[in-house]
Design a protein around this ligand. Structure first.
Ligand SMILES: C[S@@+](CC[C@H](N)C(=O)[O-])C[C@H]1O[C@@H](n2cnc3c(N)ncnc32)[C@H](O)[C@@H]1O
Length: 219
């Protein structure tokens, strides 16, 4: 049994996604998995999101709020909402968050309750592979809906090792969703959801990021 089985659960009644309930264990695992580079990678993701002072940001599948807090730092006078189906992981996130512009709410990526056009930036990291494949396009359409025209999307996803042995090790440790994560589909899925100006790149270790813009900003 991999660690993924201990950390992930699929009995949350609100979603068919794999949720995380044990925030402290997840952060210990995350620190080890990133080999001391987790903070650097997530700060860079916050920069790449394009969020700036005063922005309203939504972090979907925020888990313990590791990215949420780094987004809160870049928006300063703005606000960041971290959203996750797991009330337990959000309780943990609230306990360890001191940023006053950061709040957390229960919700699911595939059916957001936010108004249309209500965020400047929508971000998520290591979330999409927690959804069944058929829900991923729905979640991307929802992200587009709640972004304002001209608003930016940032997605960070797990980039499986290029070699077979590395992939097997990841699979043994975390489970099949990460071992076989189809990150080559990210760009076409994001384009199909109606985003434009798509850029992508890799952060080391493990992360493929994609940024994109919701069309329709007033010129
Ligand atoms: C691997 S964790 C990533 C947490 C955080 N974004 C990070 O990078 O540390 C994936 C998160 O997605 C959440 N999740 C699962 N199903 C979801 C859904 N349907 N909608 C939104 N989040 C979901 C899980 O509860 C978990 O907190």
């Amino acid at each position: 049994m991999g660690l993924g089985h201990l950390l992930n659960h699929n009995h949350n009644p609100g979603t068919a996604g794999l949720t995380i309930d044990h925030g402290r264990s997840y952060d210990v695992f995350g620190a080890a998995f990133f080999g001391g580079r987790r903070d650097r990678v997530y700060r860079r993701l916050a920069e790449l999101s394009g969020a700036g002072p005063g922005d309203r940001v939504l972090d979907i599948g925020c888990g313990t709020g590791y990215l949420t807090r780094r987004l809160a730092a870049v928006v300063s006078s703005g606000t960041v909402v971290g959203l996750d189906p797991s009330a337990a992981v959000l309780d943990h996130a609230r306990r360890i968050t001191t940023d006053s512009n950061c709040t957390y709410t229960v919700g699911v990526a595939e059916s957001l309750t936010a108004e249309d056009d209500s965020f400047d930036v929508v971000a998520n990291c290591l979330m999409l592979h927690h959804l069944p494949e058929d829900l991923r396009p729905t979640a991307l359409t929802e992200m587009r809906r709640v972004l304002r025209p001209g608003g930016q999307l940032l997605i960070g996803e797990f980039r499986p090792p290029a070699n077979r042995i590395g992939r097997h090790l990841v699979g043994a440790l975390t489970g099949p969703a990460m071992e076989h994560n189809p990150i080559h589909l990210l760009e076409p899925m994001i384009a199909d959801a109606g985003f434009e100006q798509i850029t992508l790149g890799d952060l080391h270790p493990w992360i493929r990021y994609v940024t994109a813009v919701k069309p329709g900003a007033a010129g």
